[in-house]
Design a binder for this molecule. Structure first.
Ligand code: HEM
Length: 407
């Protein structure tokens, strides 16, 4: 089915995320029912809305590319180019080689070894709010933890964590700089040139240091990792560490807060998980399905393609809607119900195929440790009025007041 099957309201395009995104979800449901692909003729972009079709797109990286370098403006002179040869924006064969090397360093075993530190960090954060009835979930718990975990995992000294956290904020453009379908590097980066250069120099100094004096940290493992006789260059180690900050910081922060919201909106579910902790891992997957922090994944066609009968010429933007596929009734029973016990749960929030999120074990570990610690201390979490991010590509809150009820 093509755009001709979609009515005029649908042709107006996906509404911006306002509040909890209900209007967007409604639009996606109607668009998905009308057909698997919606052609946005105004922007000449193809929106893929159903689960099987998005899996199909993500499974063909040579036709549906992640390498947007030919579409992005040339890097500004004097600006660090963090996307150059970065894992998430490369295609095979370069992606295959990079991922092979990085996987030698960024292993599930290395992640599992972080558990005691994550537990200690979570305990510190919860001790700091001890005795308070109301907290602001983002600043008090959800935002500080993931960035410190990444800093510590890399081997950044604790004196520099506050600076590292500031850089993590700089890496994310303001809402006004990003609109759907627009490739984002550019204006924002210019205004932050000094900070981003400072960050690049700082990380490079660490890389140089580890080449000379190896330590027990991820910087050292990245510097030493080899596959087929190839190593990462200094620049590639810097770019990967920046990418870790980008990929692993806000996503995890949003997931922790999205979890609190999802439980709050579904009476009885928190009590159920609290009483049976074996449900925690499945509850995380359901939070990720129900309120995915990443709204969509871009690809672009390198050659003539056909998606569910819709021909797509080369050089076109493909918008793969995570919000839509995760609520596709062809895949999920009662997709609009938050069910922490849902199984199977083939959500696509971590993507699919060669770019499948490398940080999944870390995201799962952080969630189970932090959420478990919260459930140990509190029997109920009551949300006040949240404030939502206004960017179209991410979904979650900037502020969430929560009233705590001690166990
Ligand atoms: C709930 C938290 C997270 C979510 C929802 C998430 C989501 C994603 C998604 C959707 C992709 C693939 C993008 C694409 O296909 O174009 C991705 C890739 C990636 N993620 Fe995550 N992520 C999370 C946490 C993390 C963490 C904690 C780390 C590490 C610190 C991480 C590291 C990566 C890396 C390295 C890639 C690139 C993989 C590749 O291109 O081969 N992520 N993530």
């Amino acid at each position: 089915m093509t755009s001709t099957s979609h009515d005029e309201a649908l042709q107006a395009g996906p509404p911006p995320v306002v509040g909890d995104g209900r209007a967007l979800y409604d639009w996606l449901r109607r668009a998905r029912d009308a057909g698997p692909v919606w052609h946005d003729t105004a922007n000449d972009a193809y929106h893929v809305l159903r689960h099987d079709e998005v899996v199909g797109v993500l499974s063909e990286p040579l036709t549906f590319s992640s390498d947007f370098s030919s579409l992005a403006p040339p890097p500004e002179p004097g600006m660090p180019n963090f996307t150059e040869a970065s894992l998430s924006v490369t295609d095979p064969p370069m992606h295959t080689q990079l991922r092979k090397i990085i996987s030698q360093a960024f292993t599930p075993r290395m992640i599992a070894g972080l558990e005691p530190r994550i537990t200690a960090l979570a305990t510190d954060l919860l001790d700091a709010i001890e005795g308070r009835d109301t907290i602001e979930m983002v600043q008090d718990i959800a935002a500080p933890l993931p960035v410190v975990v990444i800093a510590e995992m890399l081997g950044i000294p604790s004196d520099d964590w506050a600076t590292f956290r500031r850089w993590a904020e700089y890496l994310l453009p303001d809402a006004a700089d990003v609109t759907a379908g627009q490739f984002e590097e550019g204006g924002y980066a210019k205004t932050r040139a000094a900070e981003l250069n400072e960050m690049a120099d700082y990380l490079l100094a660490h890389v140089h240091d580890r080449r000379k004096s190896p330590k027990d940290d991820l910087f050292t493992r990245l510097v030493e990792a080899t596959a087929d006789g190839e190593r990462l260059t200094d620049k590639q180690v810097v770019n990967f560490s920046v990418f870790l900050l980008l990929a692993g910081h806000l996503t995890t922060t949003l997931t922790l807060t999205n979890a609190v919201l999802a439980f709050n909106d579904s009476p009885g579910t928190l009590e159920r998980v609290r009483a049976d902790r074996s449900l925690v891992p499945g509850a995380l997957e359901e939070v990720l399905r129900f309120r995915p922090p990443v709204s969509f994944l871009y690809r672009f066609t390198t050659r003539e393609a056909v998606i569910a009968g819709t021909p797509v010429p080369p050089g076109k933007i493909i918008v793969n809607w995570i919000h839509s596929v995760n609520r596709d009734p062809r895949k999920f029973v009662e997709p609009d119900r938050f069910d922490p016990g849902r199984s199977p749960n083939p959500h696509l929030t971590f993507s699919h195929g060669i770019h499948y999120c490398l940080g999944v074990p870390l995201a799962r570990l952080e969630f189970s440790v932090v959420f478990g610690a919260i459930l140990d201390r509190y029997r109920a979490l009551e949300c006040g009025t949240p404030e939502f991010h206004q960017r179209p590509d991410i979904f979650g809150v900037t502020r969430l007041p929560v009233t705590l009820h001690r166990a």
